[in-house]
Design a protein around this ligand. Structure first.
Ligand code: PAF
Length: 321
């Protein structure tokens, strides 16, 4: 009997610890910028830590809209996500500053701010909101697509039923332009476009291409009205339970994920317009003068944004070139 107990004890000691499962949810397909980033994360972490963690990917809003997924990360029922800032200002209001239209001049400018002091200070605020933010990723600059006609001036958006993210900064801007913004969770958007319940939507080329919006939208206006960051979030339960070696591996995997995401965005910014034209979309790009007219039409919202986020912070962001 004694021998049997000792054998059982030895077997238990020798058995490898069960791998911990990481459920990672995101709104877009596996071949999108989110999907390639999630895959890069998994590969990097597995290379560093072997089979300590296994991954289950839930692409294409498989775990619900971005708001539900963020809530799941807070609760610890979902371990990781890559999300846009669409719904994040409902959790970390200060992060809404990055949603201010025409704040960033280029991808390089945005990356410098997000990777620098301002971006890192903002990431730290997510801990107080019940989640841990590993890094900023990105989607690119958002553009308008619609089925009504080309857009060259603010007046062309008059009454346009445009789906926006559930993001107050974006909603205010489209209201000021005279459009009819319709905030809606992403999983409902394609159906609403197909049924004609809305005329258009706005998203970066990374989304317009990977979500195949050319199948439901005719006109694409390259207006780049706002830069769209993404953020890689991890549940506090998972993050808090990691030892130092594991945390270091998660941080390296995050860097690899961001590199993959930005490489995807760089590629689609170069090739995306040609792809969408081939698929039948009619594309117009705003000139610098036309863009300035949109910026001027946002004079009132800018006052509101400065009050909300602080003029000093907005000026610091503009100056970080
Ligand atoms: O438009 C949105 O809601 C977001 O950009 C999307 C497509 C869900 C990606 O995060």
């Amino acid at each position: 009997m004694k021998k049997l107990c000792a054998a059982a004890l030895m077997a238990a000691i020798a058995a490898p610890a069960a791998a911990e499962e990481i459920k990672i949810g995101y709104a877009l397909a596996e071949d999108s910028h989110y999907g390639v980033a999630a895959k890069a994360f998994e590969e990097s972490l597995t290379a560093a830590l072997g089979d300590q963690f296994t991954f289950r990917h839930f692409p294409s809003s498989g775990l619900g809209g971005e708001r539900e997924v963020v809530e799941g990360v807070q609760l610890g029922t979902i371990q990781m996500t890559i999300v846009s800032t669409g719904t994040l200002s409902n959790f970390v209001p200060e992060s809404g500053v990055f949603d201010v239209p025409f704040l960033f001049d280029s991808l390089d400018h945005a990356r410098k701010v997000l990777d620098g002091e301002i971006g890192q200070e903002m990431l730290a605020k997510f801990d107080d909101a019940g989640m841990h933010a590993l890094a900023w990723g990105e989607q690119g600059f958002r553009h308008i697509t619609n089925n009504r006609g080309p857009i060259a001036a603010p007046e062309d958006t008059e009454g346009l039923k445009i789906r926006t993210m559930e993001n107050p900064v974006h909603i205010t801007a489209f209201e000021a332009l005279g459009a009819a913004p319709t905030p809606m969770a992403w999983p409902e958007v394609i159906g609403a476009l197909q049924q004609g319940a809305i005329d258009g939507q706005e998203n970066p080329l990374s989304v317009i291409v990977s979500a195949k919006l050319s199948e439901v939208q005719t006109y694409l206006t390259l207006d780049g009205h706002v830069y769209s960051p993404a953020v890689i979030l991890i549940s506090p339960q998972l993050w808090g339970g990691l030892d130092d070696e594991q945390k270091a591996a998660f941080e390296t995997a995050t860097k690899d994920a961001v590199t993959a995401m930005r490489a995807y965005v760089d590629e689609v910014e170069t090739s995306g317009v040609a792809t969408l034209k081939e698929q039948g979309m009619e594309v117009n790009e705003l000139t610098a003068e036309q863009k300035a007219a949109f910026r001027d039409a946002l004079a009132d919202p800018y006052k509101q944004y400065e009050e909300q986020f602080g003029k000093e912070l907005m000026d610091r962001i503009r100056a970080s070139q």
